[in-house]
Design a protein around this ligand. Sequence first.
Ligand SMILES: [Mg+2]
Length: 442
Amino acid sequence: MATDLAKFAKDNGVKYFMISFTDLFGGQRAKLVPARAIADMQEDGAGFAGFATWLDLTPAHPDMLAVPDPEAVIILPWNKEIAWVPANCVMEDQPVEQAPRNVLCRLIDEAAAEGMHVKTGIEAEFFLLTPEGDQISDPYDTAAKPCYDQQAFMRRLDVIREISDHMLELGWNPYQNDHEDANGQWEMNWDFDDALRTADKHSFFKFMAKCVAEKHGFRATFMPKPIEGLTGNGCHAHISVWDAPGDKAKTNVFAGAGEGQTGELGLSERGKHFLGGIMKHASALAAITNPTVNSYKRINAPRTTSGATWAPNTVTWTGNNRTHMVRVPGPGRFELRLPDGAANPYLLQAVIIAAGLSGIRSKADPGKRHDIDMYAEGHKVKGAPKLPLNMLDALREYDKDKGLKAAMGDEFSAAYLKMKMQEWNDFCGHFSDWEKANTLDI
Ligand SMILES: [Mg+2]
């Protein structure tokens, strides 16, 4: 039986619910609802004017109702009288097809109908900046190779420990935390889970990291490249497919020695074809996994001060080697290293499933494995597509990929392309310091 949120509030001393949904640009929108009103809201949803968010709706549209998913409710570990609950958007009793959580739920159902249950783990890197957001928060964190820096870690222990404590309390099974490759950058890892659960946790993690950072007088950002010259914020996804959801999962469908170069690394035939789908649709799915103007400052970037970008620029795959777009680190799973911190948590999972399903249905071949250092020898690879160089190229690739557009949903794809093209045009109307510095005297 579904969790009764009114009873949940009474049992747990919850005074308010934050009913939250995520728009097309990845923005989290919420209403704070007193527990006395939650019973009605659980049934009917909380009302929003969709046009006021990044969805392709007009001011004339009727109320959009965000109906909470009671199984996904989380009590804020840092404010236990408030519970956050992600919601599915509905309008006039119909799901809003373009709403990201609805897109993901539909694709999960499609995969389940074919006996596939995608599980993912994500690595959501972030920076701790000053509140103004223009520099890292620790002025002493200046090493050229700051990754795993023990002393810099201790200067931000209060923040990282607090977030880790919260994840322990929530039962997410966090297992490691580290200072990442850029000055001021962090990574915290927790166990992989079903795609929808990972998307909800990913959303909540971003919210939690920002809240805890603000409490300590800092600003957490997942922006793909917040500081010029330093390594950017990736959001690598580790992907496997199982025979059943949740605790019922017994068999990893990706595990097993299939044929060819993927089989040598312990991927089954279905694993190979799923990977084939990701490779085939890579340039188009970048419009989702790398969704902002700034995303393209991380991929295709010049070498950073640490010596490597840790981000791909070409559609290639390999074994346990971090210089490619896809790494197969061990049997039964692979890591997609393309996504960045701006990726919408729901659309990220959705596009992985959409591309992977398409690959399985068409028995897609991932192509040749390149066991080389792509940062040093990438120029030797012939025939592999380069990833899009900017957001406009990515949107055009997405628009050209009819199969992926249809798999993500025609209504969603049309809305996404329209809103993102508006964003691109808005960006193009903006004048940068670089233009003045380089062309004022021409
Ligand atoms: Mg990392």
